[in-house]
Write a protein that binds this ligand. Sequence first.
Ligand code: M6R
Length: 610
Amino acid sequence: MCGIVGYIGDGNGARRIIIDGLKRLEYRGYDSAGIALAADGRLAVEKSVGRIANLEALLASSPIDSHAGIGHTRWATHGAPSRENAHPHTNGDGSIAIVHNGIIENYAELKEMLIAKHGVSFRSETDSEVAAHLIGLFYEGDLFAAVNRAARELRGAYSICAMAAAEPDRIVAIRKDAPLIAGLGENCNFLASDIPALLKYARTIYLIENNETVLITRNEISIFNERAERVKRDVFHVTWDADAAEKGGYDHFMRKEIFEQPAGVAETLNRRLDENGGIRLDGISLTKRDLERIERIYIVACGTASHAGLAGKFAIERFARIPTEVDIASEFRYREPYINDRTLFICISQSGETLDTLAALREAKSRGARVLSVVNVVGSSVARESDDVFYTWAGPEIAVASTKAFTTQLICMYLLALYMGRTLGTLPDGEYERVLSELRQMPDRLSALLEDEPKLREIAKKIYKNERVFFIGRGNDVGVALEGSLKLKEISYIHSFAIAAGELKHGTIALIEQDSLVIALATQDRLFEKLLSNIEEVKARGARVIGLAKAGNREIEKQSDEVIYIPACADEVTPILAVVPLQLLAYHVAKLRGCDIDKPKNLAKAVTVE
Ligand code: M6R
């Protein structure tokens, strides 16, 4: 949540570069924005409520520019979105400015102390403002020292970027549990929450670790540990094409990312298949002995990633016969889970920065579990703190609604489960080959499926005015129903609800009435007839039904008002295909409702607060 950018270079131009960077971080938060520029011995601060475009419009009439500055796009935690609460925040005389991402947990006591002991007057309701005053308090002409000193007082998660009016040629940033990178440009350097912010200008970056401080000048990036000793860090070369973080002709990132799924899935597969088509887990050490020692697997994640975990559980239990539980990260660590050194903890995260997931990972690790993560963002916190990392190769996912991360996470989970089953000898060779061959066909099947977009647009036209939608499914379809429902609600604000179809009659069916809309997923051959009975149950109460089934299973047409087909495939791997029409349906419904698809209200891409 929140995006921060720092820039220092030659001549003027900081304003444009920072605004440009903030626009690329808008997915992290977008309720207000602001900038501080070093100008004529002072810090010129401008802020506005709403999107970066509002800030840009405000700045259009200002002549101020600079060689250095910091900027922020906010996702409100403490205090409503307002000009006062927008960052940068400054100390009393405006000589120090900061931007902050994260939460300062002890801000209330610090605020009290600053008011009582130092007579500080606060201008905002934010937790962040205490950092500006603290740095100001400790400032004796050395911003680096003041930031480090102030950080000793802070508890919580933060990345803070600070400037001092008296030191216009340096920016200092510090990181604890919130992402921060530094980018090496030509005669300029950058700080940012994430790579897209600086991709246009820098492809060589340093990943800043927890409790490190970075000092950037025009010519140098210096990283220091907690003891203020210089740290040597290898650079990380960004290999994505700059276009990967652009809309490239699509109306929305979400639609672009839906259409990137065949390529993302192909890449994720290719990275793990050897020349003979077998699975290779280079860099992940899971020997037969390791696997035999595992008593239990926990798959822990949030939101969409946890839905990928459900498919992972099905696959691991079926192929490798290891008891597997899926847990949402925000609950996991508070329920005293049974973990020991024979536990394999798999966490799934697109961003690798989700605080709940990270906290669950740390909890599992501290109790002796081995941690394997499935992550999209290379070098993210989850990746760095895991024993093994299985990267998804989805490329940057910018839209808040996760799409291509989900399908590539599924691929990773299937490959892992197949590998485990084969290594343990619980999966016969023929079965292994059969499922692997299904996976290899997925890029082509996904491409074929995406050609159905016009049909989904037509269905969207018929349903977009509904204010309530139920998703039902059985077996492998339950996780996809949850994901389809999440996609719809988060971008269209329709009240949608997903439930295992067999559970309907235990309560929820009470909500079904004339014209209730039910999306019934019936992709599981083994459960097809049972699902048809569940459709009958809702039809009998007047529901309108959109069925989703494999091509060829036309029986469903008799009970459904509309049917969406996915290419025929094995039951085990249907989630990879079944989710795609639901993503497209959600997209077109949201578009028809005039919603801001890439930036839904109240949400942010990476949830770095608890
Ligand atoms: O970055 P992560 O995968 O850890 O994010 C977890 C969830 O916040 C995320 O999947 C969220 O549910 C999606 N944006 C929903 O589309």
